[in-house]
Write a protein that binds this ligand. Structure first.
Ligand code: 2P0
Length: 324
């Protein structure tokens, strides 16, 4: 086990779902209620280093240089310890180049990077598929962040059948995302809790599953056919269908705020003017605009009337996870 006692660092990028994951069939193993599709982004990523160290008396974890006491991370390290048979504590240092807990999916890049650096530091040699299954145990969306470009998470039914895979990387389609950061503070209802309430109480949940399985087929075909318009239209509808699960839950909750609605209206106005673009939102108020390169300038100029430059972040497709 020559890797033990050596520090490994991995970089993983966030992803934005085009077909959303919103509910678990198994909370312990993180088996989702539906398969999902995403685009990995190059602008937002996490660098995480891990070393298993025989001198440590407990796991030592820092995020953005601050010491954190996160039981979720230690439980995740336990899974790596169990798989590798090592019995040492770890030092984990993670730097997020993503606004935390604001619907830009920092947990996706965080657990993809931790799974990759952590498994390597523990002497495991895992395939991308195995890495995705490990990352899934930390956070569902991390399953897809092992892969670059267009990626999918096959729902499966148990630990061995629920994994991520690449649909297309590098991406052939001209596709970009413009993230509008409307709120950088941690959200009130975590996605973990939100999706649990929706799964258990929304009377529309069964319809969501039926519809989202159709959306999966439509977007998969749009990627294969290079059909940007169908991809954008379907991703936008799928996002609103997911958010309807928050409104229809008991208790009802909502991630969007008035600025989110403002951006949605701007996107519709731009479309009316012939500038093709679509919106999507996750478990927070930030809106991501899906567009092609030729329209980035017009969209950013329009957004600049309402928002400052540092709120507007343009990103293209990102790479798969790698050791750095
Ligand atoms: C997604 N989201 O597919 C969906 C769409 C947010 C909205 O996956 O409980 O942090 O750790 O598995 O992955 C965010 O939820 O939740 C998410 P857990 P996760 O990207």
């Amino acid at each position: 086990m020559e890797n033990i006692g050596q520090k490994y660092t991995a970089r993983a990028h966030t992803n934005i779902a085009l077909v959303k994951y919103w509910g678990k069939e198994n909370e312990e193993l993180i088996i989702p209620a539906n398969s999902s599709i995403s685009l990995t982004l190059d602008e937002f990523y996490t660098d995480t280093s891990v070393i298993f160290d025989s001198t440590l008396q407990q796991d030592m974890i820092t995020i953005n240089s601050e010491i954190v006491n996160d039981e979720k991370i230690s439980k995740f390290l336990d899974i790596i310890r169990h798989k590798s048979g090592i019995n040492l504590f770890a030092k984990v240092e993670s730097i997020n180049h993503v606004p935390n807990s604001a619907g830009l999916a920092s947990s996706a890049s965080a657990y993809a990077a931790l799974a990759t650096a952590g498994s390597k530091a523990a002497g495991l040699e895992l395939s991308d598929k195995e890495l995705s299954m490990l990352a899934r145990r930390g956070s569902g969306s991390a399953t897809r962040s092992i892969f670059g470009g267009f990626a999918a998470w096959n729902k499966g039914t148990d630990d061995q059948t629920s994994y991520g895979y690449s649909i297309e990387d590098p991406v052939k389609m001209d596709i970009n995302m413009i993230a509008i950061v409307l709120n950088n503070s941690p959200k009130k209802i975590s996605s973990r809790l939100g999706m649990k309430i929706s799964y258990e109480t929304s009377p529309f949940y069964d319809s969501w599953i039926k519809q989202t399985n159709e959306d999966f087929e439509t977007i998969q075909n749009a990627i294969t056919n290079g059909d940007f318009s169908t991809l954008g239209q379907t991703a936008e509808l799928n996002a609103m269908r997911m958010h309807s699960l928050t409104l229809s839950a008991n208790p009802s909750y909502l991630y969007l705020n008035k600025d989110s609605l403002l951006v949605i209206e701007m996107v519709k106005e731009l479309r009316d003017k012939g500038i093709e673009c679509y919106y999507t939102m996750d478990a927070g108020p930030n809106v991501k605009i899906i567009c092609q390169k030729k329209n980035i300038k017009a969209i950013v100029d329009n957004l600049s009337n309402q928002f400052s430059q540092d709120q507007i972040k343009v990103s293209g497709p990102g790479e798969k996870v790698k050791l750095i």
